[in-house]
Design a protein around this ligand. Structure first.
Ligand SMILES: Nc1nc2c(ncn2[C@@H]2O[C@H](COP(=O)(O)OP(=O)(O)OP(=O)(O)O)[C@@H](O)[C@H]2O)c(=O)[nH]1
Ligand SMILES: [Mg+2]
Length: 293
């Protein structure tokens, strides 16, 4: 058996989670057009009969403004700090955004001597010239290898995957063959609800939303949706409850929970993303199987 860890890092919104899902071949980590979507270190596992790669998704690294931002940075940096010598770092760069100081700062914060590859992603949306220019600029990073990819169409990801599998060393199966993530089912439910809300909301609101499963019985799941101000509550619920209902229906469908009553309750947790205690509560691990009555 050969195995290893590959940690994806990069700026917020670079396309890390979309790429992780593509590399694993299953939806593990939610994605959205708004930055700071990923809030925890999330593992997604790609299995082969004689090999296994544990991909690790991390929050985007950026200058923090709030306690939430600070926590996300710390989570990503802690993932880097805990790397073992043979682990691989996959630095994810957005082909459609100029490569800037943010990317350089991240590259410089990688542990010295680490094995690192660069994935320039969103190539389906960039021109050839843009992709080449981005690869050219990123060449200064002196990574082990460079891959133009798309997490949406999958182009280039086979080459990346083969490179990563080829670099594995002898090691244990970290996860059993049927396990593709380290996150509990309750987390997946809460995240799917949050993703459906993010897809329907604009502006600053996405940062203010946190979702947790608070009750789970065979025929009923309740999710608490925290917002920061009373005015946001109305926006999330939508006129006549329309937005919340649409998000709930879509989440239930994606989760295959038709027939289960998914209760979405919106409540105000004033300024939670600026309050360290509240941030810790919102990001705390969800119980493996959610609490029962
Ligand atoms: N066209 C295209 N869009 C992409 C690709 N990868 C990601 N996106 C889009 O870019 C946005 C951000 O993607 P995410 O995967 O959430 O990015 P992230 O780096 O995980 O973001 P954070 O978790 O916020 O740090 C979403 O709207 C994705 O649909 C890609 O390869 N092609
Ligand atoms: Mg993400």
């Amino acid at each position: 058996m050969r195995s290893g860890f590959v940690t994806l890092v990069g700026r917020p919104n670079a396309g890390k989670s979309t790429l992780l899902n593509c590399l694993v071949g299953a939806k593990i980590s939610i994605a959205s057009a708004k930055p700071q979507t990923t809030r925890l270190r999330v593992a997604g596992v790609r299995h082969r009969p004689d090999a296994q790669i544990v991909f690790v998704d991390t929050p985007g690294i950026a200058k923090p403004v709030t306690s939430l931002g600070k926590q996300l940075n710390e989570t990503a940096l802690a993932a880097l700090a805990s790397l073992e010598p043979l682990d691989v770092i996959c630095m994810v760069i957005d082909a459609t955004a100029p490569l800037g100081r943010g990317d350089r700062t991240i590259w410089q914060s990688l542990p010295t001597g680490a094995r690192a590859v660069v994935a320039v992603t969103k190539c389906d949306r960039a021109s050839r010239a843009q992709v080449l220019a981005q690869l050219g600029t990123a060449a200064a990073f002196d990574a082990d290898a460079y891959f133009p990819v798309s997490g949406v169409t999958g182009e280039g990801t086979d080459a990346l995957l083969e490179h990563l599998f080829a670099g594995l060393v002898e090691g244990p199966a970290y996860f059993p063959a049927e396990t593709i993530t380290d996150q509990p089912e309750a987390w997946r439910i809460a995240e799917t609800v949050r993703e459906q809300l993010l897809a329907r909301l604009s502006d600053e609101l996405p940062y203010s939303i946190a979702v947790r499963v608070t009750e789970w019985t065979p025929d009923r799941i309740r999710c608490d949706i925290a917002v920061e101000r009373p005015s946001q509550k109305g926006i999330v619920i939508g006129r006549g409850g329309r937005l919340l209902r649409a998000a709930g229906t879509a989440a239930r469908r994606e989760l295959g929970l038709e027939g289960v009553y998914l209760e979405l309750r919106v409540r105000v947790e004033p300024d939670w993303q600026r309050t360290p205690d509240a941030v810790a509560r919102m990001l705390a691990p969800q119980a493996p199987s959610a609490p029962r009555r």
